[in-house]
Design a protein around this ligand. Structure first.
Ligand code: PLP
Length: 401
């Protein structure tokens, strides 16, 4: 259907100056081909500075590892409960299960699509009433880069004295009241997976409140080896450090981070302008209160259920049907765009609707389920040009039946 180059959701783009290759070459030249070295230290220092200088940063093999270590350091263990935003990627919740604890899911509010503070408080009270114990941590998420309602969530976490683990895997560079997401709670989580705002191919980081906590996380990330001349282990540990080669990519990517953030925001603005008068299609935007500054990692839209898309009757033909799935017009638009060389995908399916978490308690208001049925992510990465955005919008218009 199309001769154009395929437009991906968010492809990593290396710096034009080749910084990534330079740092990798240094690792080879100095023979630091290991999960420690100058690039790991350098990336940690760069991230610390980017985040405002007050928090410590520990580079890890993935964002998932960062969630896992944050939960361990929050004291989560077998039989505990952890409150997790339901509307998220599974990596926010899976580490709760790794620890033999139970995720308790809390739905979203409709403005940011992130954790609903009223439901959060209701969930905390109800869990205390039912189990006699407080949840051990609260995991809000910054979905697609969007800050959650920091003031309210933080106030509730403080009042009940429950540590906040901010899953900011998607929101490096997003801010709330001028402060970086991931620096409000006890811990913050970053991901440098291949499709994030910057990449290390695969990798992540844990944002820690102080040096001592960072060292404790480092101990767990390096098989919990004690400070002895021989191998002494008093707790179970993990092999979670970031490779010095991957960190070299990350250090190079720090040179393009500000540009990438500006580009994502620019692409978002263009979608907002061009889709403004396309009936049935709504672009998800941050609340206009002046507090929110999303990096707009991906542009997200919702399709009105009344919108008809070409081929919609056959949208799910040959695909096993489940209880809750995107509306037929969303799936039809995804297929239409795919044929036009555009990668679009449904928004995350909420965790309370995932069979794997069927037995977890959930505090719901219908918001995440409704957005899941109507929502879609559009390409927004550094390779997406203005011309691509125009083409994507024209394709959406053409897809209307
Ligand atoms: C919300 C969220 N949490 C956690 C992760 C996990 O990060 P990683 O893929 O680096 O393990 C991701 C991304 O992949 C994510 O989108």
């Amino acid at each position: 259907m199309s001769e154009r180059k395929r437009i991906h959701l968010c492809l990593a783009k290396m710096s034009e100056e080749g910084w990534e290759q330079k740092y990798i070459q240094e690792a080879f030249d100095t023979n630091w081909v290991a999960p420690l070295g100058a690039n790991v230290n350098g990336l940690e220092a760069d991230l610390k500075q980017f985040l405002g200088g007050e928090r410590e940063v520990l580079c890890l093999s993935s964002g998932t590892a960062a969630v896992h270590l944050a939960l361990i350091l929050s004291g989560v263990g077998p039989g505990d409960e952890v409150i997790v935003q339901s509307f998220t990627f599974c990596a926010s919740a899976n580490p709760v299960s790794y620890l033999g604890a139970t995720p308790v899911f809390v739905d979203s509010e409709k403005d940011t699509w992130n954790m609903d503070p009223d439901l959060l408080e209701q969930a905390i009270r109800d869990r205390i009433a039912k189990t006699g114990r407080k949840p051990k941590a609260i995991v809000p998420v910054t979905l697609y880069g969007m800050p959650y309602q920091v003031d309210r969530i933080l106030e509730i976490a403080k009042r009940y004295d429950i540590p906040l683990v901010e899953d900011t895997a998607e929101s490096l560079g997003s801010r709330y009241r001028g402060h970086n997401m991931g620096t409000f709670g006890r811990f913050g989580v970053l991901s440098f997976n291949g499709n994030k705002i910057i990449t290390t191919s695969g990798g992540g980081a844990l944002i820690c409140p102080d040096e001592q906590t960072k060292n404790e996380a480092l101990r767990y990330a390096t098989q919990a080896r004690e400070a002895m001349p021989y191998y002494q282990h008093e707790t179970v540990g993990y092999n979670y450090r970031l490779s010095n080669i991957s960190a070299g990519i990350g250090r190079g990517q720090m040179h393009v981070l500000e540009n990438n953030i500006a580009h994502h925001k620019h692409v978002q603005k263009l979608y907002e302008e061009l889709l403004a008068d396309v009936t049935g299609v709504k672009v998800h935007v941050q609340p206009a209160t002046g507090e929110y500054d999303s990096n707009y990692w991906l542009c997200t839209i919702t399709l009105d259920p009344s919108l008809r898309i070409v081929g919609q009757e056959k949208a799910y033909e040959g695909i096993p049907r489940v209880d809750c799935e995107p509306n037929a017009n969303v799936e039809a638009l995804r297929v239409y765009m795919d044929a036009a060389g555009i990668e679009a995908r449904p928004v995350w399916k909420p965790m309370h609707l995932q069979p794997v978490f069927a037995s977890s308690p959930a505090y719901l208001n219908g918001v995440s389920e409704a957005v899941f049925k109507m929502g879609m992510c559009l390409p927004a990465g550094p390779y997406v040009t203005d011309d691509d955005v125009r083409y994507i919008v024209e394709t959406i218009k053409k897809a209307k039946a």
